[in-house]
Structures are given as C-alpha cells and as structure tokens.
Design a protein around this ligand. Structure first.
Ligand code: DP6
Length: 326
C-alpha cells in the first residue's frame, strides 16, 4: 500500500502555452522536451484504511492550500481509476526550488501519478500514466517517458499524451540551469495561460509550431545542434512574445535574465554553439553539447546576480524507487 517514485523535471524546447480545454488540460499545440538529471521530485504515497482524510506534505518547504487541493484532486482521480476509496498520506521532496519556473509541477505530478497507482497495485500503460499526469499539470505528461519526449496535443483526453522520441543516452546535450531567483513566481502557469487568447500574437505562434516541431524532430534525428538550438530559441522568444502581449502582460524576465540571454548570444558570436530557453520564470536554461559545458559554465558563472547553477544531462523518465520518504 506504499510506493515511491522519482520523476525528473523537463525543459521544453517547443513549448506548451495555452489550453484548448482547461479542465482536461488539453494544450493548444504539440510540445517537445528533455528530462533533466539535476532537478527531480521524489514522492511517497501510502493508502491507509486508518486515515480519514488525505494528508500532503513537502519536505523542506510548505504547500499552499491551493497546491494541497490540487494534489488531493490528483489522488481522487487515481482512486477513481483504481476503484479505491482509501485515503492517502503523500510526502514529497524536490531537489530544486519549487515555483521558480523549473517545472516543479511537472516532476511533482509525474511522481504522484506513478507512486499513487503503484501504491494501489494498479498497473497502467505508460501512455495512460502520461494522461493522468497531464490532468494534474500539462507538462507533467512529458516527465513520464524517457529522455526526449513529445506531447501530442490530441483532440480529447485519450489522444493527448506523451511518448519518448529518443532515450536519455541518445545525445549528449546539456542544460545549464541558471537560477536567478528562487522565490515563487508571481503568476502561476495555470493562471497565466488562462489569458493566452488576449494576445494578438497567439494565432501566429500556433501557426508556426507544427513547422517547428518538424524541424526539431529533424534536428534531433540528424543530431544537428545548430538547427536544434536555433529552433529552440525561436520558440522560446515567440512564447515570451505571446506572454508579454497578453492582457495584462506577463513579464517573467528580470534584468539578470536578460543579461544572461545577451551573454549566450555573445558566446555564440565567439563561435561556441550555445542557446538559451526560458520557461514561465526568470531562470535561464543554457543549452550546449557535452564537450562545451565546462567552458560555457565557466564564463556564465562569472556573471553577477546568479543564485545557483544546476547542471543537467538528458534523464530517464519517472520510475519507481525502493527508498521511501516515510
Ligand atoms: C512555460 O504544465 O506548468 O513551462 O498545465 O497549467 O499546470 P499547467 O501548466 P504547466 O505549464 C508549463 C509551461 C511552460 C512551457 C512548457 O513546459 O512546455
């Protein structure tokens, strides 16, 4: 009745921003991401007949009432699918700052889904697990499969799922995650996305994404890093253009964010193939190939305003672990 799972955060190269269905978390577009070795969530779930209500705790932090309610909703979906009425104790732990735009909800709901079903002894296909993770947080579906994952937007709940395009050891690329602000972001992704249709730039982005998905798949297939990096940066800037042109505008970048972006462009002008991508927060993911990581890290480290650097390689997806948090 007790199980634990470890799930990685993921960084999207072609991003999810906007929902076609808010309740089902069906996205407006396909997306593609890579799981991260340096940022993950471990979650232990125990269903216990002695419990009269669910309890949800995070080690080294605190959940808001809203976050707790979201986790309990996830437990309720798991119970309904598994045919159980038992209440659960959930304890979770992140290796990175929650809410700092580092996809804590992605690794969190991926780990909860996997541990929750395992704790009830219910075996689900990977596809179905990605669907349940998606219902908790859209991007969480991409933290279930290994390595580089695609999330097909689909047209209904069953057709909106994620799968692995390439395993983690397919390509040695790195994500140097530069944390510039560990505090919770002011506007959550869920709230921010609700107003996506107020952006006059949304239609153009949705029009461009299918081509970008094709390009990035081709870049991955050929291991063409310049093509891969440029389409990644293009989609990041486009998503932020949509965010910034929403009403009210969403501006996630800080002056330090912009300094790091400029630094990446400068390194590229000096001949180092390096690109950036940024989620719904001020932190910057610097993407390069394995051989270049030391020299990129060395130069980035010297920039002022950096709180922490997390080094990531492509990671496997969510999986069951034998050590429990309680
Ligand atoms: C900018 O998956 O956190 O990181 O479905 O509302 O929980 P909800 O949103 P979430 O959004 C992630 C948005 C993003 C881009 C991405 O990861 O694709």
């Amino acid at each position: 009745m007790k199980a634990s799972a470890k799930a990685p955060a993921n960084i999207a190269f072609i991003k999810y921003w906007g929902k076609a269905d808010e309740t089902l978390r069906l996205p407006l577009n396909d997306s593609l991401s890579m799981n991260l070795t340096g940022a993950h969530t471990i979650t232990t779930v125990e269903f216990d007949p002695a419990l009269i209500e669910d309890s949800v705790d995070i080690i080294g932090g605190e959940f808001s009432e809203h976050e707790k309610a979201r986790v309990i909703k996830g437990l309720t979906r798991i119970r309904e699918r598994a045919g159980s009425e038992l209440r659960a104790r959930v304890v979770t732990k992140n290796t990175f700052p929650k809410g700092a735009g580092s996809a804590a909800s992605a690794s969190g709901f991926a780990a909860l889904t996997m541990a929750g079903f395992a704790a009830l002894g219910t075996v689900l296909s990977e596809k179905e697990q990605t669907i349940f993770a998606r219902l908790g947080s859209g991007s969480a579906c991409r933290s279930i499969p290994d390595g580089f994952a695609v999330w097909e937007k689909g047209t209904d709940s069953q057709s909106s799922y994620a799968y692995s395009l390439h395993p983690a050891d397919y390509w040695d690329i790195r994500d140097i995650l530069v944390i510039v602000d560990k505090r919770m972001k002011k506007v959550s992704t869920t709230d921010g996305m609700e107003r996506v249709t107020t952006s006059p730039k949304l239609a153009a982005r949705l029009n461009a994404v299918p081509r970008r998905m094709a390009v990035i798949r081709e870049a991955l297939e050929k291991k063409d890093f310049a093509l891969f990096g440029s389409v990644t940066e293009e989609d990041c800037l486009d998503m932020h253009a949509v965010m910034q042109s929403q009403v009210p505008p969403l501006r996630y970048w800080s002056p330090v964010t912009q300094r790091i972006m400029a630094h990446v462009v400068r390194l590229r002008a000096e001949g180092i193939p390096v690109y950036f991508t940024i989620d719904a927060g001020p932190n910057v993911h610097i993407i390069c190939v394995g051989n270049d990581e030391p020299r990129v890290a060395e130069s980035v480290m010297k920039l002022p305003g950096i709180e922490e650097i997390i080094y990531n390689k492509p990671a496997r997806g969510a999986h069951i672990v034998s050590t429990h948090l309680f």
